[in-house]
Design a protein around this ligand. Sequence first.
Ligand code: NDP
Length: 295
Amino acid sequence: MPDLDKLPVTVTVMGLGAMGGVLARTLLQAGCQLTVWNRNPDRAAALVADGAQLAGDVRTALLASDLTIICMIDKTASREVLHGLGPEIDLGGRTLVNMSTGTVDDVRRLDRWAREHNAQYLDAGIMCYPKDIGAAHTAILYSGAPEAWQAHEQTLKMLAGSPRYLGADPLSCTPTYLALYAFYFGAFAAWMEGAVLAATAGVSVQAFQALSPIMTDMLVDGINTAARRIASQQLGGEQASVDVHVSGQEVVLDALKNAQVPYATTQAFLSYCHMAQAAGMGDKDIASLYHALQP
Ligand code: NDP
């Protein structure tokens, strides 16, 4: 549990949707003096009833606390809200942490806005659903102003007990965050494809879920092995070549098509294998896809 004596007394949360509302609630329950702002102020009612201060406007919200956490639908919305303040506001060295999803260009502009208004900017990416906010295992990625990270790390650990600070460059966080979600949802889509195929053979979703750790364990090992092989340039196909993967996955693709269920993720994997084959890597390990897929 973080030492409350060392924490900033005050935190503002702007954006009280499904995620921002839970961030705010978690900080309030941890004993922070909380100020909240939401475009539709009705969303703040329950938090205010439990002791949070409702800021009447964005300027008041930002000046109320040393640390402001923004969690709006996207970073474009948060940029518009901040730019709406006009040029004269001075944030006196306060910290802005933006946990909204957005583009690298948004981050560049938000960081510039923060510097122009005497604020420190931390970019952030939340790696969980609201139900896991506050848990020791939960990760949020951060990058940006090192002094701000050092000053607020303990407070931010109230929201996610296993944060990853990726360094001083504010532009590091967002591409890493987007890449991790590309991985997660690609794998999730593949699981759905498999579950639907299994269902056509009478396998219940519960039975498929019970068998799934066979493959999630194999996936963890496969990722570790691939990363090691790529780093050490050991791409020999002695375990299973790209060509072998193609012949196996063509059978899977046929099964999906014959069962008339969606097959986009299997087809994507096969197309990546075909790129490796076209690049002359058919006899190499599946880790060679990393090279075949480079832009
Ligand atoms: P919600 O749709 O539940 O809430 C959206 C929030 O953004 C509301 O507070 C809404 O205000 C506000 N908002 C929308 N447009 C504007 C605008 N133009 N100006 C000011 N405020 C605006 O989304 P979530 O809370 O689920 O998500 C928030 C962020 O967190 C997103 O970027 C999302 O990608 C990210 N995230 C969410 C996760 C999740 O599991 N929910 C997981 C990881 C990241 P109002 O109430 O007035 O409409």
